[in-house]
Ligand binder design. Structure first.
Ligand code: COA
Length: 144
């Protein structure tokens, strides 16, 4: 398996399948997908994208330093629980540290919060609802 940067269009099919299942394709595009500095990582096995994550240079309120927001984290159902998500994250930690980022944060789905906890993300505050997606926690990880 290889992890590399890919274009937005390459991550859309898996975003749709895993994160916006049964909803219109337009719902798979984030406002910040084309923000300067945003990039997308994919885990690729035998030419197939099996995992994705998007990184958006957005500040987290009340924290100092240089921040990146993680969005659109998804692993194909057939490849879940096999370390793919963890490998994408470790690749990102390394890359972001090298690029001088101090903190990675996300709005984690309640169902995935333990995945992030295992990667040393800390929960910030109480849970909140994102309509038609579900309960989330704001979480962050110091990169330095
Ligand atoms: C959450 C998700 C990205 C994790 O990726 P993955 O490749 O399945 O996870 P990994 O196999 O790398 O798991 C790493 C560790 O986290 C644990 N873990 C993974 N998903 C978990 C979950 N949903 N809940 C609790 N623990 C989880 C694994 O058991 C593993 O633990 P270990 O290190 O003790 O063995 C993936 O399961 C997924 O796409 N889920 C559906 C979409 C989703 O919820 N995305 C996140 C939106 S915020």
């Amino acid at each position: 398996m290889q992890i590399q940067k890919v274009s937005l269009e390459k991550v859309i099919p898996l975003r749709h399948k895993i994160l916006r299942k049964g909803r219109p394709l337009e719902t798979c595009y984030f406002v910040d997908d084309n923000l300067e500095g945003t990039f997308h990582l994919a885990a690729i096995q035998k030419d197939k994208i099996i995992g994705i994550a998007t990184f958006i240079p957005k500040e987290l309120k009340d924290f100092s330093g240089k921040h990146m927001q993680l969005r659109g984290m998804a692993v194909d159902e057939s490849a879940q629980q096999k370390g793919v998500g963890k490998q994408i994250m470790h690749y990102a930690f390394e890359l972001l540290s090298t690029e001088g980022f101090d903190l990675l944060w996300c709005n984690a789905r309640e169902t995935a919060a333990n995945f992030y906890r295992k990667l040393a993300f800390k929960q910030l505050g109480e849970s909140f609802d994102i309509p038609s997606v579900g309960i989330h926690f704001k979480m962050c990880k110091q990169l330095k």
